[in-house]
Design a protein around this ligand. Structure first.
Ligand SMILES: [Zn+2]
Length: 302
């Protein structure tokens, strides 16, 4: 996977810019209010009519001038019920969007002074926002591959844990998107089911020579295989028969999970895959990915 090392100026968002835009918790709250109430907080549920509202001193809320009923822009978001300052939440999102390989809860603990448990819970919450659902759009040229995660244990003589199968599909090209999903196994029904769900008919599929890809070629898809066992990684007239794009994505995830998150239980693996896919799918946004993450926090508010 090719990612440019230097980010174009208009796509940069540095930590200095972050501090300028969000100097304190109030600035974050104002931002949140403007996103969720673009016209300001105008309606009072208790009065059942439009009322003027004012900011409540010392609380992240706005109150009706008439009856004092309060509205919090944090209600229904992942920030609700959290005693962690809003600015730290924003900063954690900034960090998650700024690195290719992800950052660990340990890092945010060190940088901000919150407890490890708090940092871990923040990441878990933020990560839960980052699923890109839906199939890959349009008939495309796509690489499909299977990958196995886990299986190792730190304890000597302990039985290795079962590996988790993950299926992935990545569209080739500059803006190509990736989909990665935990699957029960890598059998033919699983793989064919995955492809049917996420890859539109008419697409050209590249895979390795795993038998489960048998039978893909037909009226729906064109299918080419890479013969890894013969060490032919790139074949074809223009070198187009390869699965290096998806393999690049797997190695990014593996490096990240191995180096940053150490070990990930099966329970959370899909969320990690979502986080990596979310960043990968926005790899041309520079570190404006932060905006996209922040946006999710409002969109997913109940
Ligand atoms: Zn009121």
């Amino acid at each position: 996977m090719k990612v440019k090392q230097s980010i174009p100026k208009h796509l940069r968002f540095t930590v200095d810019q972050f501090y300028q835009r969000f100097p304190d918790d109030d600035a974050c709250l104002e931002f949140l209010k403007e996103k969720r109430y673009p016209q300001g907080v105008t309606f009072c549920e208790r009065c059942e009519r439009d009322r003027k509202h004012h900011r409540v001193t010392g609380r992240p809320a706005y109150a009706c001038d008439y009856c004092g009923s309060m509205v919090s822009p944090m209600a229904g978001t992942i920030f609700e019920h959290s005693s962690t300052p809003l600015r730290l939440w924003f900063y954690a999102m900034f960090l998650m969007g700024s690195t290719r390989c992800g950052i660990s809860a340990k890092q945010i603990q060190r940088e901000t002074g919150v407890t490890y448990k708090t940092a871990w819970r923040m990441f878990k919450q933020i990560r839960s926002l980052l699923d890109d659902d839906g199939r890959l759009e349009g008939p495309i040229t796509v690489e499909v591959d299977e990958m196995y995660f886990g299986g190792r244990t730190k304890r000597k003589h302990a039985l290795p844990k079962p590996k988790t199968t993950v299926l992935g599909a990545v569209e080739r090209g500059v803006g190509g998107r990736v989909i990665a999903r935990i699957a029960g196994d890598a059998t033919k029904p699983s793989i064919h089911g995955f492809i049917k769900e996420y890859v539109l008919p008419g697409s050209v599929i590249f895979s390795d020579e795993h038998r489960s890809y048998d039978g893909l070629e037909g009226p729906k898809y064109r299918h080419f295989r890479v013969r890894h066992s013969e060490r032919v990684y790139v074949t074809g007239s223009k070198g187009q028969i390869h699965t290096q794009t998806i393999e690049g994505f797997w190695s990014l995830v593996k490096r990240g999970i191995g180096g940053v998150y150490h070990s990930v239980s099966k329970k959370y693996l899909q969320n990690y895959l979502n986080e990596y896919s979310f960043r990968y799918n926005r790899r041309n946004c520079g570190n404006r990915i932060f905006d996209a993450i922040l946006q999710r926090a409002f969109e997913r508010a109940s």
